[in-house]
Design a protein around this ligand. Structure first.
Ligand code: FEO
Length: 173
């Protein structure tokens, strides 16, 4: 089992991952409405990935004999001024998630809970990728600026992103 303190903290992280999923689903709906199906697709894939992150943590708690407690998910924004603003929010959000993961690692380290630290390592690496991706999208959008053809082309590219289910088992770090 993990300690009660860690159980509470991991349940909070499950909520943060589901909140992330909700945020990206909202972005997906927004861009579908705006006539940018590629951006909508990209955020829909992101939504599925965040759900997987939550489930991986839930499966870990279950494997350790702890209790999963799902809490209410806070409301999210429903519209963005531009694709650039959405990716600015994405990067800001992923940086917050990184700091939450780091806090969790610190907590598990403080308790000498090596199994928890081990599974969290997967999330540490994932966050590097998440921040890098959001940053590179932002860089592209800054280059494109107000060029309609650039946005059109990027939308076509983002439409190619395919969701690959994550291994959500409790033991794969
Ligand atoms: Fe699961 Fe994008 O943080």
């Amino acid at each position: 089992m993990v300690s009660k303190k860690l159980e509470t903290a991991i349940n909070k992280q499950v909520n943060a991952e589901l909140w992330s999923a909700y945020l990206y689903l909202s972005m997906s709906a927004h861009f579908a409405h705006e006539g940018l199906p590629g951006f909508a697709n990209w955020f829909k894939v992101q939504f599925h990935e965040e759900q997987d992150h939550a489930q991986k943590l839930m499966n870990y708690l279950i494997a350790k004999g702890n209790k999963v407690e799902l809490m209410p998910i806070e409301r999210v924004d429903t519209s963005w001024k531009s694709t650039l603003h959405a990716f600015e929010d994405t990067l800001k959000h992923e940086r917050v998630v990184t700091s939450l993961i780091n806090e969790l690692v610190g907590l598990s380290r403080g308790e000498n809970d090596f199994a928890t630290e081990n599974i969290l390592q997967w999330f540490v690496n994932e966050q590097v990728e998440e921040e890098e991706t959001a940053q590179s999208m932002l860089d592209s959008l800054k280059l494109i600026g107000n060029n309609g053809f650039g946005i059109y082309t990027m939308d076509k590219e983002l439409g190619q992103r395919v969701y690959t289910p994550l291994d959500i088992s409790a033991t794969t770090a």
